[in-house]
Design a protein around this ligand. Sequence first.
Ligand SMILES: *Cc1c(COP(=O)(O)O)cnc(C)c1O
Length: 381
Amino acid sequence: MTNKFSNLAVAGVQGLNPYQPGKPIEELERELGISNILKLASNENPLGPSSTVLKALEEDLELALYPDGNGFTLKQALAKKLAVAQEKITLGNGSNDILDMIARVFLCEGREAIFSQYAFAVYPIATQAVGAVSKVAAAYPKDHATMPYGHDLDAMLALISDKTRVIFIANPNNPTGTWLNKTALSAFFAKVPSHIIVVMDEAYFEYVDEAEYPDSLAYLEDYPNVIVTRTFSKIYGLASLRVGYAVCHEEIADLLNRVRQPFNVNTAALIAATTALDDDVHVKNCADINRAGLAFWKTACKERGLDFIPTAGNFITVDMGQNAMPIFDDLLREGVIVRPVANYGLDQHLRITIGTEVQNIRCLSALDKVLSKNPSQADPS
Ligand SMILES: *Cc1c(COP(=O)(O)O)cnc(C)c1O
């Protein structure tokens, strides 16, 4: 071969690693020939969408025609629900699509994006794919009093240079679950220069049950450089349809719209998301089940002497006290898929999505079985 194609790729792409998704159920079925697999690996909603969504899809889905490229009905419903002007809303093929649009509009070679250590893996991909440089701020240390592994906003501010154009903040963050409170965020916004775009990724917004957790939409008025992103993949249970949205200043929305692919959100996604927005009862039920599940897992971890990262999302990232990869592999053999996070530099942790009560019990008993075969070196027993 004369060409080494990786040398032909643009520099940013040469240095990238692909996003690693959770292991699909079918893949594990093929590999181990087992069935009845439990996947708690991608922060999906164990209840799925509400029945009204399924009914709307059955009745209204039109496959032969292109979708409404402006997503009028969904935007209108979002505008009403969030009490913002429709011109401030951009729809995405998942909120990942929006993160990509933001990078294409505001980043390029010679520019920098800032995010925290342990922040969502899509930020470096979106940044480096367009030739910009990732500046990674050290997170709070693991012995931090209130938010171990959390975003350190002062460390992020300290990385601002004349090349900085975007700051990505996940609140709560994935894969840690850590979150930022109103006081910290308000102080941060007051210090960020107004020409730097601050992305508030709120994929888990609807799950958060913390009194001091901010709703970033409230900052848009004072800080028009803020873009809030949310998704229908998590609490609305529509991960497979790929639909998310951004709320931001209408001039920024206009810029995002210039690079948005025509028809980026498909008709099924538009119908399902519009219908799902109305179903407050289902959303509350999902949040309630998540709250109970989080309490279950926190208690279980404490009883077993397993440290976990503080979390406000629909997942908990647990320190196995040893290399987590063999634990992950043994759990697969028990038919349970969780998420290794070694690609984030967290090689002792596993991220477990909160399931239903039955699922949580099954996952925990599989974990107990696996841990009894792999006792932690720190374990005195
Ligand atoms: C899951 C997740 C998203 C949402 O991704 P979609 O593309 O909307 O499915 C965005 N940000 C974070 C931090 C996430 O964990």
